[in-house]
Design a protein. Sequence first.
Length: 355
Amino acid sequence: MSVSRQKKVYLPTATRKNQYITVGFTLTDDLLGSYSDLDNCYQEFSKLVFQVADKLELYNVHVIATDKLPMVRFHSEAYCLSTEEQLRFFYNPAHHEANRLHTLPGYRAKKLKVVFLATGNELRSNSAEFHAKVQNFLAEIKPLLPNKEVPTKIRDHQHISYDFFAKAKGLKETYGYKLRAVDSRYKRRECNLPESVSALNYVTVSLPMGRRIKKQLAAENATSFGEKYQRVADHFIKATSDNKLHRVAMVANGKVPLVRNSKYEQLNSTAEFQMVGFDPSDAAPAPICHWDDTKLAEAIRFVIVAAKDDRYDEGYGRFMNQVQDAVRQFTSQFDIDKEHIDVIVRFHQHLSYKA
């Protein structure tokens, strides 16, 4: 592979792109005390949010007062699904707009979280402009709040996703991505970030347990799956290690993996989320594996985290080529119906800072 090609990864033209930014306002006693009651606080705060957002041409905005974690995915139809711990937003950035307040009767949120979903067609090209608009939103709304010293934090989430077996389904056209680091892209477009920014780049891979794979992993009446999961983990760890990828995890317990920087965050898993923590300063972390021996999961989820050294010429194209090779090597160990089963690969880029 040539040096120039190493800088880029070639992905299907059907690759989906998403970006959303959250601004968390801590709901302090002082802030709440400025309103007549809890419901009035939610209503007045959201009304102000929507007014300022509309002025700045931010057209898909949600206020979450339930402390549920937003999860965003592309879909041709717009809808929101709520679980005990999540709000799952499905939408098409090219077409869908919204202003919505999400509450639970009588529930006092720890934070009032404002979620801005990116709109338009060229999300990655316009990501810096979108982030700058959110920065302007925060600068404009803070003086309008009854308590102007409310602690706030900005989190910028971007990801691209594609079916690893797109070619087998006839989608042969590809496009080259350099996958520049977020801070580099923003600097080139004059979107200023503070010095103390936490960044995280990683890949998730979802392997559905289709009929053919289930038959390979377990007998029809099996009740224990630990040995089978271990075999899958061994294949995955070997494939990633062979491709010089050493920050990896496997989750097969029905939970959604949440990747965090364990150097700064206290990690506690929940009923719906499996926390996966990596310390960027750890040069050789042990693989992380979570599974339930008594159940065969509907999907096995894998995580591959980029290290500082994986940022090459300001981008992650070379890292993603290593990921592609590892996924190819790993999936070759199984009889997968590539024409019908989607193995979704998702490259995540996150950054966060106090504002």
